[in-house]
Design a protein around this ligand. Structure first.
Ligand SMILES: Cc1cc2nc3c(=O)[nH]c(=O)nc-3n(C[C@H](O)[C@H](O)[C@H](O)COP(=O)(O)OP(=O)(O)OC[C@H]3O[C@@H](n4cnc5c(N)ncnc54)[C@H](O)[C@@H]3O)c2cc1C
Length: 416
């Protein structure tokens, strides 16, 4: 069996950044495995700009951003296997993969970094009644068709879900000559970034209907119309609010699911909130030497945080490979429900820790606090927090060094 010190599964921004960080920390026997024909991940189809402001201080398109990392991988001559699908990982880090030249092969790795990204929730997960015509696709699939294949899926469009990909596609389809009749959102707020609502909907006069969903599909061969309805606070359609919209395309932007089939095969349990494996500050999972980063760990709305997180995993994996790994007793981080989750979910070093989190609803005038037992060790006021925007707080080293060793609790007080 082939052996490798480090195998990185997935060649998106997370996988590439993790590989570069591991290489820069001294790992030479490493391999990136990517099932697609090129490195870059989902960014290859995101041809709009707005990427890289945090990371490079420049406004780049998705492919330009990905190319920056591709170049770093190439400059270091980090080996990559493209067109190669990882089929299985065991808890003792044996990876089974396949491609058309090597057939099925196995690699025994000292450390593995999971960077498989996420996929979109499909129609099947929604239980919308009606027929099953052509013309219903995820917003990401439409993005790939339009931006990479030069092919318009339709001309009269309704979008269900106001996550960022749906908002971006509302603008994209409009720019390509389609009429976007509406973006419908089940929740009373949008799941997308405020700037995307402004730049993708308001700037193009595309209506956003909140607390509204699609309740019916019409069409035999191809989609002919959808019925939309307002929903009550229990998300049930309200009689008398049904409205038919003629359209040939329904784009779904109803959530992303981390691609964690391999993670489960390795024997890891997933967090029911993030759908990713719980990790410590090093982004190490509950299996020593297996790390997780990027969208497979938790869904990121902005790509800029992804390479930062992945670099932590890459550097930590390098330390683990060199035998430079001695975790302190784990301190679990619990949340109050208004804060839905944190990543990392536990702290195993007393170094400075940045905790990323998402909230359960739109809250205004909030105070976010962290408690070590009864002792409040951190507090931060914010005017507004929203589920669509990832937040973070940093616990300084001097705070971390004084922790009692018991559970940490992150909560939020909401003002009037
Ligand atoms: C449709 C879509 C549109 C987006 N648009 C934006 C945007 O406009 N702006 C923004 O900031 N962010 C956007 N994002 C989010 C951003 O692109 C992600 O945060 C970022 O790409 C995540 O990087 P990643 O490396 O974790 O995942 P990805 O970029 O998804 O890369 C994962 C890689 O792993 C590979 N892989 C998966 N499973 C296997 C396997 N079993 N074997 C081998 N390879 C495998 C995949 O082929 C893929 O290349 C978008 C995300 C999606 C899904």
């Amino acid at each position: 069996m082939i052996t490798k010190e480090l195998v990185i599964i997935g060649g998106g921004p997370a996988g590439m950044s993790a590989a570069v960080a591991a290489f820069d920390a001294g790992v030479r026997d490493l391999l990136i495995i990517e099932r697609d024909v090129k490195l870059g991940g989902i960014l290859r189809q995101c041809i709009h700009n707005g990427f890289g402001l945090h990371r490079f201080g420049e406004e780049l398109s998705g492919p330009e951003y990905a190319y920056r990392y591709e170049k770093m991988v190439a400059e270091r001559e980090i080996p990559v296997k493209l067109n190669t699908m990882v089929l299985d990982i065991t808890s003792d880090k044996v990876i089974t993969a396949t491609n058309s030249t090597d057939g099925v092969f196995q690699i025994k790795a000292k450390a593995v970094i999971l960077a498989m990204g996420c996929r979109e929730r499909p129609r099947g997960a929604l239980a919308i009644s009606g027929t099953r015509p052509a013309g219903i696709l995820t917003a990401g699939t439409a993005q790939k068709l339009v931006n990479m294949k030069g092919c318009m899926p339709g001309k009269n469009v309704v979008i269900l879900g106001s996550g960022d990909i749906g908002l971006i596609m509302a603008r994209r389809m409009t720019l390509e000559g389609a009429k976007v009749h509406a973006v419908c959102e089940l929740m009373p707020y949008s799941g997308g970034l405020a700037r995307n609502i402004e730049q993708c909907l308001h700037d193009f006069d595309i209506p956003l209907y909140l607390s509204t969903t699609v309740v019916g599909i019409e069409g035999k061969e191809h989609l002919e119309a959808v019925t939309v309805a307002q929903v009550d606070d229990k998300r049930r359609p309200i009689p008398g609010t049904f409205r038919r919209i003629e359209c040939d395309t329904l784009l779904l932007s109803v959530g992303l699911i981390p691609e964690n089939e391999l993670t489960k095969q390795a024997g890891l349990t997933l967090s029911p909130v993030t759908n990713g494996a719980p990790v410590d500050q090093d982004r190490m999972t509950d299996i020593e030497g297996i790390y997780s980063c990027g969208n497979v760990l938790h869904v990121h709305d902005l790509v800029d945080y992804v390479p930062e997180e992945a670099a932590i995993a890459g550097k930590s994996a390098a330390a683990y490979i060199k035998g430079d790994y001695s975790p302190a007793e784990a301190i679990p981080v619990k949340t109050d429900g208004k804060v839905r989750y944190t990543v990392p979910q536990k702290l195993t070093t007393r170094d400075e820790a940045r905790l990323f989190f998402r909230v359960a609803n739109i809250f205004r005038n909030v105070r976010i606090f962290v408690k070590d037992g009864e002792n409040e060790i951190f507090s931060l006021k914010k005017i507004k927090v929203a589920p669509g925007e990832m937040e973070s707080i940093t616990l300084k080293k001097e705070v971390m060094e004084k922790l009692s060793g018991g559970e940490l609790y992150i909560g939020m007080e909401v003002g009037e």
